[in-house]
Design a protein around this ligand. Structure first.
Ligand code: GLU
Length: 303
């Protein structure tokens, strides 16, 4: 065993589809290739979108594919106390503020950001407290240096948090914690050293690094995989009606995912046999260095 600890962190909003199996397989192979551990975490922090039945279904699919995880599955909906502690720590250090702006008020005066309007700073100095507020993290000043990191697949990344993202929500007005806070606290508590996931989360990484620094957590090493997209360039997901997978034909499915990841495919009689061949052969450097890639690369014949 090495010190490497990787993870797969699906949101149980539906069963696994081919896009999520790619992330599961890649993070599993990278961990096992490095003689590391591989953990699973159910990211049901947004309880309005998740269903425990899907969490069970996902674990059964991972089992059928022989993607066996180490230790207990962490479940975000059971971790509110840990998120509350982290928020209290940030609050005590003056990094967060209470905000009661409506979406409309923000949209009226905000500039566009990377994934939503940049919060215009309305409540930043107002010292609001009490129930029913959202809690936002101060993103710093426009002339602050960028957050930089070296992604092991996508290369050097830089983001100017104040300009590109702005003060972002850690706890919503409805009391639910935001993904960005939950993921940072959980990666720390699960002692994750390596995060390998889809490149749709590349833009979130600087927020997570910033939070890790404020909370005094060790940094992770990041690798962002190309995202499988359909003919219209949309990420395969429940919303874009990604076809359901057949975990019973695990060998064919895993080989399609290996081809997508630029790895050799294997004639094997079972998923377990295939993984035993794929683990030593895993080559992170062969993963295509694109943020997205057509899902038809899934059917490309082996090199
Ligand atoms: N739960 C996220 C998803 O399913 C993944 C989060 C992560 O890997 O950090 O898209």
């Amino acid at each position: 065993m090495s010190d490497y600890i990787g993870r797969f962190a699906p949101s149980p909003t539906g069963p696994l589809h081919v896009g999520s199996v790619i992330a599961a397989l890649a993070s599993f192979l990278d961990a096992r290739h490095h003689r590391g551990r591989w953990r699973v975490r159910m990211e049901d922090v947004d309880e309005t979108r998740c269903d425990p039945a899907w969490a069970d279904a996902i674990l059964r699919q991972l089992d059928a594919l022989q993607l066996t995880w180490d230790g207990a599955v962490m479940v975000q909906s059971q971790r509110k106390a840990a998120y509350e502690d982290a928020l209290a720590q940030l609050r005590a250090a003056g990094h967060v503020f209470g905000c009661d702006c409506s979406r409309r008020e923000i949209a009226d005066s905000a500039l566009p950001g990377l994934d939503r309007p940049v919060y215009p700073g309305t409540c930043r100095q107002s010292g609001k407290s009490g129930p029913g507020l959202a809690w936002r993290l101060k993103a710093g000043k426009l002339d602050d240096p960028p957050i930089n990191f070296d992604d092991a697949i996508q290369g050097r990344q830089s983001q100017w948090l104040a300009r590109d993202v702005g003060d972002f929500v850690l706890k919503r007005r409805d009391g639910l914690f935001a993904y960005q806070l939950a993921v940072v606290v959980d990666d720390h508590d699960q002692r994750i050293t390596h995060v390998m996931r889809g490149a749709d989360l590349l833009d979130s990484t600087p927020r997570q690094i910033h939070l890790q620094r404020l909370l005094g957590f060790a940094p992770c090493e990041y690798s962002h995989l190309p995202v499988a997209v359909n003919e219209a360039g949309q990420k395969l997901s429940k919303q874009t009606l990604a076809p359901a997978i057949d975990a019973a034909d695990g060998v064919a499915l895993l080989n399609r995912c290996l081809a997508f990841l630029g790895q050799p495919i294997w004639p094997a009689a079972s998923a377990a046999e295939l993984l035993a061949l794929a683990i030593p052969a895993w080559d992170r450097a062969a993963i295509p260095k694109a943020a997205s890639q057509p899902a038809d690369r899934l059917t490309r014949p082996s090199a």
